[in-house]
Write a protein that binds this ligand. Sequence first.
Ligand SMILES: *Cc1c(COP(=O)(O)O)cnc(C)c1O
Length: 388
Amino acid sequence: MTRFTPADRLKQLPPYLFKEIDRLKDEVKARGVDIIDLGVGDPDLPTPRFIIQRLQEAALDPSTHRYPSYSGMNDFREAVVRWYQRRFGVTLDPEREVVTLIGSKEGIAHLPLAFNNPGDLNLVTSPAYPVYHIGTLFAGAHSHFLPLLRENHFLPDLSQVSGEVARHAKMLFFNYPNNPTGAVADFGFFIQAAEFCREHNIIAVHDAAYTEMAYDGFKPRSFLEVPGAKEVGIEFHSLSKSYNMTGWRLGFAVGQADVIAGLGKIKSNIDSGAFNAIQYAGIAALDSDQSSIRENCRILQERRDILISGLRKLGYAAVPPKATFYVWLPTPTGFTSAQFTGLLLEQAGIVTTPGNGFGAPGEGYIRLALTVDKSRLEEALDRLARLS
Ligand SMILES: *Cc1c(COP(=O)(O)O)cnc(C)c1O
């Protein structure tokens, strides 16, 4: 008998669509199968050494052992400002337009608490990183999903949003380069998104986690490069993917000062900021010559090319992503996402993620993450060849 009934907000959580795949994974593992895991979006490459060394030094300094400042160390926020200026040509005020986060997931999840009242509406792209919708739910608000379809290059069609919905919407969540589709946005879309948000008084919330993971010389741009974007929204960024620092929990949000202040206010009442020693390591990362990013992208591009050309040879309709470490693969005719993910796991020991786990419009796709080395990708392709 359960004596403690969870709050309604937990009951509202969408069904966990990866449950069946998790169960199957355990079962296949128990059979002793050598599993190739392309399921999780977590870099397998280590954090660059110079960043680890900076943490080691900083952790030995007792001044880092005390409570951090709520909005983040000044020095870290100034490093963010330098990095945005260098990388995107965007000028920010470190006092008012930057907040340090304990990973960007934390900030994304908390933002709706600062700006949504119960019953409010947020516009959320779908398929998507689940936190936009779940953060919305936890604040008592609702998501209006904007489907990302191949025929629209996986960009939301903002012209399809009705006047009624736009009037009620409080925030627009979007993410380019995109997880899970691997799509990138052209700058025209960012301009359109900024105009749409200004016209309807909506907070633009751009998740820019993958701007540093791009190939063939492509340089993703910041939403804040749009003139005036800083007045309509914010951008989330993370050190997780850029510097292989997922375990460290360090990110930041930049942009519209009142939105940053609102997020900071929620945070100051919930957490007490990121460990200062980690922020020092983050400064070393942001101020570095960024050669570790170039090396990362070189390795990932090589993996991408091996996987894509191998999949194409086997007859799959694989499209090389210009950015992110995800391949968004249409399932072969006759397979749902879950069926194809299940088949790959059961018959080839390959873990992938069913696209519908990121939202209903993801049905008909699976996501493969480039998080194993070349030889394992080749092994995965060999196994697929034996399947077909
Ligand atoms: C990985 C990822 C993040 C980063 O999360 P952190 O909490 O900073 O580790 C944010 N958004 C998307 C879409 C991601 O895939």
